[in-house]
Write a protein that binds this ligand. Structure first.
Ligand SMILES: O=C1O[C@H](COP(=O)(O)O)[C@@H](O)[C@H](O)[C@H]1O
Length: 253
C-alpha cells in the first residue's frame, strides 16, 4: 500500500513516454490488487486520458494483465446516449475497452435512459451493491467507497471529473454520486463522483498533457499567484497521488 497522502510527480519528454509509464504503473497495481483482493476496481474519466491508456492494449500488458478481475467505473459521465459522440463510455469503449478482454458484466456504465438526477441515484445504488459484495472496497476512515485506482484527467480550467471551479458541487460531502445541469463545458448535463469518493481512493493517477493546462498544474503543484484553489488542487487521496505530466503541462513548475 502507498504511504498515506504520498504525492509523486513525473514529467515526460513525450506523450509516448507518458503512455508507456502509465501502462506500467497500472499493470503493477493490477497485479497487486488482483493478488490481495481478487479484484481490481478502476475508475476512468473521459477526455484525453483514454488516449494515454493506449499502451495497455499492447504486449506485454494485453497478455499479462488479469483482465477478468478488472471492474470499470466512471468518475463522470455525460447524460447522453451511450452511442453519442459526447459519451465518456463510448470514448472508453472505442479507445480501450473494446480492445481488452474485460468482462462486459464488469463494466459499470450509467443508465442512459434516465434523467441526470435519476442516473446519479442509480449509479450510487449500483456502487452500494458492489461495496456490499466487496467488489469495491470501503474506506474505514471516510465510509465512502475506496476504489483501487482512479485514472483522472484534468481540463484546462482545473476541473476533474465534472467538478468545475467555483461550483457548489465542490462542497458536496454526503452523496457518492451527484449530477450537474449547468456544466460550463458542454454537454451541460452530467453525473459525477463527489470529492469524498475521489479522495477515498487507494491510488489516483492524474494524467495531464499540454501547455493549455500548465496554469492549472501550477495552481495545484507550484507557486501560483492565484489564490483560488482549483478542483484539481483538492484531489488528495487516502493513498497515493501520482502525477503523469508532459513537459508542456509542467512548464510553469
Ligand atoms: O469533460 C471532461 O473533461 C475532463 C478533461 O478532459 P481533457 O480532454 O481535457 O483531458 C475529463 O477528465 C472528464 O472526464 C470529462 O468529462
Amino acid at each position: 500500500m502507498a504511504t498515506k497522502g504520498e504525492v509523486k510527480k513525473e514529467v515526460f519528454e513525450s506523450a509516448e513516454d507518458l503512455a508507456v509509464s502509465l501502462a506500467k504503473y497500472t499493470a503493477q497495481l493490477s497485479d497487486k490488487f488482483c493478488k490481495e483482493r481478487g479484484a481490481f476496481s478502476v475508475v476512468l474519466s473521459g477526455g484525453s486520458l483514454i488516449n494515454s491508456l493506449r499502451k495497455l492494449v499492447e504486449p506485454p500488458y494485453i497478455d499479462s494483465i488479469e483482465w477478468s478481475k478488472w471492474h470499470i467505473f466512471w468518475a463522470d459521465e455525460r447524460v447522453v446516449p451511450k452511442d453519442h459522440e459526447d459519451s465518456n463510455y463510448k470514448l472508453a469503449y472505442d479507445g480501450f475497452l473494446s480492445k481488452v478482454p474485460i468482462l462486459p458484466g464488469n463494466v459499470y456504465s450509467i443508465n442512459d435512459a434516465l434523467s441526470a438526477e435519476g442516473a446519479a441515484e442509480d449509479y450510487e445504488t449500483c456502487l452500494r451493491h458492489l461495496v456490499k459484495s466487496n467488489v469495491v472496497d470501503i474506506s474505514a476512515a471516510s465510509g465512502f467507497p475506496k476504489f483501487d485506482l482512479q485514472l483522472l484527467g484534468m481540463g484546462p480550467d482545473g476541473h476533474v471529473a465534472s467538478l468545475f471551479p467555483g461550483h457548489p458541487l465542490l462542497k458536496e460531502n454526503e452523496k457518492w454520486v451527484t449530477y450537474i445541469k449547468d456544466s460550463p463545458k458542454p454537454p451541460p448535463e452530467r453525473i459525477t463522483f463527489t470529492f469524498p469518493v475521489i479522495n477515498s481512493s487507494a491510488y489516483i493517477a492524474l494524467v495531464v498533457n499540454g501547455a493549455n493546462k500548465a496554469g492549472a498544474v501550477q495552481n495545484a503543484l507550484g507557486n501560483s499567484q492565484n489564490s483560488e484553489k482549483l478542483p484539481v488542487a483538492m484531489v488528495s487521496p487516502e493513498g497515493e497521488l501520482a502525477w503523469f505530466l508532459d513537459t508542456a503541462a509542467a512548464s510553469k513548475l
